[in-house]
Design a binder for this molecule. Structure first.
Ligand SMILES: [Fe+2]
Ligand SMILES: [Fe+2]
Length: 468
């Protein structure tokens, strides 16, 4: 097999012997990880998958049946911008970094490792879901997301091997050693250590947690370190699909729940084997709050340093802002002082986590509006919502206290007493698992979810998306 078949790429890997050797050494370790921690039970099945083959906007993806271990994980970067400049921060307007700037080496490596760690983590979290799939269409979607997260790991590992030398190689190995939820060697970020063992979890994860990924990637796509910017730009094309799987997935659960509520004599979806909307709401509360944590503290010296050094920008920095230096602005943000939430002015650069979190929250609201439109269309009065940003936080200002779903401060005792109103209980999770018996006949779908509006790649819903 020639090099391009082993590692498809648009980075002229054949001209860089050192990098080629490093990646070829990493490849078998990656495959071992995939076999051990990738989708359990389906490795030898043929799956109708999309593979990235170039970065051309209208022809980057190729669909065909492939066994997942044979998936062609590749290294693709968006095309370079001629004379790229650093788009923000203290070095605004200077030529973009083509190599790792020595003074920012550690934070840059940290950014790449933290992003890279999320990719295999999500594969690990989702590895047993195939056994309970609601349809072949959904099974394929799960595997598509999984292989693309694998490719995202490749993308970050390319940067570590290509630009960081020995410590980059060590970090690349560590990315294969940590395990989601493992008490001794957990994944770096907490959302990526939570179990994702039923399909509502999967849809909420791809809706809320992959969407955090989108905002992080957007901020890194602005980076003055050009290889990182170009890598993240191309990852975003794949990420959009993951969020579609999540948003449409929750939407289909919600539609089916509404239908079953109308059919049931007591208006209770549970009576007819559906997912009650209050359980959907609890799953939203759970994943939204964990995903908010991923943006980091409200006031952060890291955010200021990343911005000043030109490593991590704001969401759509180039288009949405005129002042790219942002050295003297201030922003009113809420902090907790003397046990109370207070509004305080913070230097803009220190508040950028909160700014990015705000963009993310707006985006999530759009998803909620679409789900609520589905409920309205189905003629059901209930509505879903996002919890307060203060609710159930483990990171930042609001981690210091407990808040109810509307953001009112409450005691820890009260929170614990009422947590079962707001967050999935063991019974809720058990009930969902009891619904999830696999449906694998082409064209059939589980009772608790509505079919998708259209199939994948213009194929019909009853297409054989996975050959079992
Ligand atoms: Fe990803
Ligand atoms: Fe993703």
């Amino acid at each position: 097999m020639n090099l391009y078949d082993r590692i498809p790429n648009n980075v002229n890997l054949n001209e860089d012997l050192r990098l080629q050797r490093a990646l070829e050494k990493w490849l078998p370790n990656y495959l071992d990880w995939w076999r051990e921690m990738g989708p359990a039970g389906f490795q030898e099945k043929e799956v109708y998958l999309r593979t990235a083959i170039s970065v051309e906007p209208d022809g980057w993806a190729h669909y065909d049946y492939v066994k997942m271990p044979d998936y062609r994980w590749g290294v693709f970067l968006a095309p370079p911008e001629p004379e790229a400049k650093i788009g923000f921060g203290d070095n605004y307007g200077k030529p973009a970094y083509q190599e790792v700037p020595g003074e920012f080496r550690n934070p840059l490596r940290r950014i790449i490792v933290t992003q890279g760690d999320t990719e295999p983590a999500s594969v690990e979290q989702q590895r047993r879901l195939g056994h309970t799939c609601p349809s072949l269409y959904d099974l394929r979607n799960l595997f598509q997301v999984n292989v693309e997260e694998g490719r995202h790991l490749w993308a970050m590992v390319y940067l570590l091997h290509g630009y960081f030398g020995r410590d980059g190689r060590e970090e690349a190995e560590e990315l294969l050693r940590r395990r989601s939820g493992d008490p001794d060697k957990p994944r770096i970020l907490q959302a990526f250590n939570q179990p994702c063992d039923d399909w509502l979890n999967f849809y909420c994860f791809t809706m809320f947690t992959d969407r955090d990924g989108k905002y992080q990637l957007c901020a890194l796509a602005e980076s003055g370190f050009e290889p990182l910017a170009r890598t993240c730009k191309f990852m975003l094309t794949e990420e959009a699909y993951h969020m579609f799987v999540g948003e449409a997935g929750v939407g289909r659960v919600v539609r089916r729940s509404a239908q079953l509520m109308k059919e049931s004599r007591n208006g209770d979806a549970r009576e007819l084997g559906g997912v009650p909307l209050d359980v959907v709401q609890k799953y939203i509360n759970f994943w939204y709050s964990y995903s908010l944590d991923l943006f980091g503290g409200e006031i952060s010296s890291n955010s200021a340093d990343f911005f000043a050094s030109g490593l991590k920008g704001r969401y759509r920095e180039r288009e949405l802002f005129e002042d790219h230096v942002a050295s003297d602005g201030v922003l009113k943000i809420e902090v907790v002082e003397n046990d109370q939430v207070k509004s305080r002015e913070a230097p803009l650069r220190n508040a950028l986590n909160e700014v990015l979190r705000g963009e993310y929250a707006k985006d999530c609201e759009r998803g909620l509006a679409r789900w609520n439109k589905t409920l309205a269309d189905e003629g059901v009065a209930e509505r879903l919502y996002l919890p307060s940003r203060r609710f159930h936080r483990r990171v930042g200002e609001y981690a210091k206290h407990c808040y109810d779903i509307h953001g009112a401060q409450i005691s820890r005792d009260e929170f614990e007493r009422r947590a079962s109103e707001w967050l999935p209980t063991a019974q809720d999770r058990e009930y969902l698992r009891s619904l999830m018996t696999p449906v694998t006949e082409p064209g059939k779908i589980a009772n608790w979810i509505a079919p998708p509006a259209t199939g994948t790649n213009r194929q019909p819903f009853d297409f054989e998306y996975v050959r079992l």
